[in-house]
Write a protein that binds this ligand. Structure first.
Ligand SMILES: Cc1ncc(COP(=O)(O)O)c(C=O)c1O
Length: 342
């Protein structure tokens, strides 16, 4: 059954499955020393700048946790939003491996500079875990995007205050599409220090990349990655998917498709009076309050998550394989419920 559960509910994009087949030839050196992995690094450097150091890992949690680990000492802390994946969905791994999280209130998923400024307290106090990093999710967990101006303002302030900035970019390509920009403009040129670059949510079978942009960071990362059991022996199978994803502009094709499908979904839902779109739609997620009795009926045909069990705000997510006719069928079903006044 296809639905709107998440972009990691979908399978592998055919071109990326093809990439897996293409690199499934003969023997290749292991642990990222093969030519497929080298090609992928060239592609990342093209997108992010020559100074980028790239580390492939198996999953997004590891990508986040190791990014932070290389940015901070164990007695330091990370400012992040209270609904960030780091804070809500990583089972304490950031605190286990990197340092303390300081979760902060957000607006539609985004941290405001003022909020960060208020959180920068007790510097030099030996009793207090010292803020060292800021983690922004782009697009956020609520599907919104920080503008380049917002990112720049945060990184400038962070650097002035001896702090570093990480982006959790599990779906970074969608933000590039929405903001009509490039990876480099959104990260390197805005002063971002480290990026967790997502693959799994964007059509890859699996695999994420840590991209270290600050030349002063990351020397220890190859050791930290191994220590965290995240060094893929057959790295080529992760790396070559990224190579194809970036070199053929597939990242933009997939992001354009997923975001356009989400826009159609939001548009259709917004015409139904009992439904309230709750967040600005700026990526491949639509957040909407749906009347409770409809949810069970809708989910029997199209699975999606209830984001907030008190308000019945739901998250509907599109993917590279979402079809027009699925959006239409879903909207038609919602319209039926609306007219039947269930
Ligand atoms: C914003 C964000 N960051 C990180 C992750 C972590 O990915 P993984 O489940 O591969 O550890 C997810 C997964 O849902 C995510 O949505």
């Amino acid at each position: 059954m296809k639905g709107f559960g998440s972009d990691n509910h979908s399978g592998v994009h055919p071109q990326l499955l093809q990439a897996l087949i293409e690199c499934n030839v003969e023997h290749a050196p292991s642990y990222g020393t093969d030519s497929f992995s080298e090609q992928a690094i060239v592609q990342f450097k093209k997108q992010f700048g020559e100074q980028a150091k790239v580390f492939f890992v198996f999953n997004g949690t590891a990508s986040n946790v190791l990014s932070l680990r290389t940015m901070m000492k164990r007695h330091e802390s990370v400012l992040c939003s209270d609904i960030s994946h780091l804070n809500m969905d990583e089972c304490g791994a950031p605190e286990f491996f990197a340092g303390k999280l300081i979760p902060l209130p957000h607006t539609d998923g985004k941290l405001a500079l003022e909020t960060l400024k208020h959180a920068l307290i007790r510097r030099g106090d030996q009793h207090f875990s010292q803020p060292r990093a800021i983690s922004l999710t782009q697009p956020t967990e609520l599907g919104t995007c920080y503008s380049l101006t917002e990112i720049k303002a945060i990184t400038e302030w962070a650097h002035q205050n001896n702090m570093l900035v990480h982006i959790d970019g599990a779906r970074l390509s969608n933000a590039v599409y929405t903001l009509q920009t490039t990876f480099k403009k959104m990260t390197t040129d805005c002063g971002i220090d480290v990026v967790s670059f997502g693959g799994t949510k964007n059509g890859l079978m699996m695999g994420e990349a840590i991209i270290v942009l600050n030349p002063q960071l990351g020397e220890d990362l190859k050791y930290l990655r191994k220590q965290a059991a995240q060094l893929p022996s057959k790295t080529r199978f992760i790396a070559y998917q990224f190579s194809k994803y970036l070199s053929t502009q597939l990242y933009l094709e997939i992001a354009t498709h997923a975001c356009t499908m989400a826009e159609q979904l939001a548009h259709g839902l917004s015409s139904i009076p009992q439904i309230q779109i709750t967040r600005p739609r700026q990526s491949n997620a639509v957040f909407a309050r749906i009347p409770q009795p409809w949810i069970k009926i809708l989910r029997e045909q199209f699975f999606f998550y209830v984001w907030d069990e008190k308000t019945f705000e739901c998250r509907l997510m599109t993917s590279w394989d979402t079809q027009d006719n699925e959006i239409t069928a879903f909207i038609d079903l919602v319209k039926e419920l609306s007219l039947a006044e269930v």
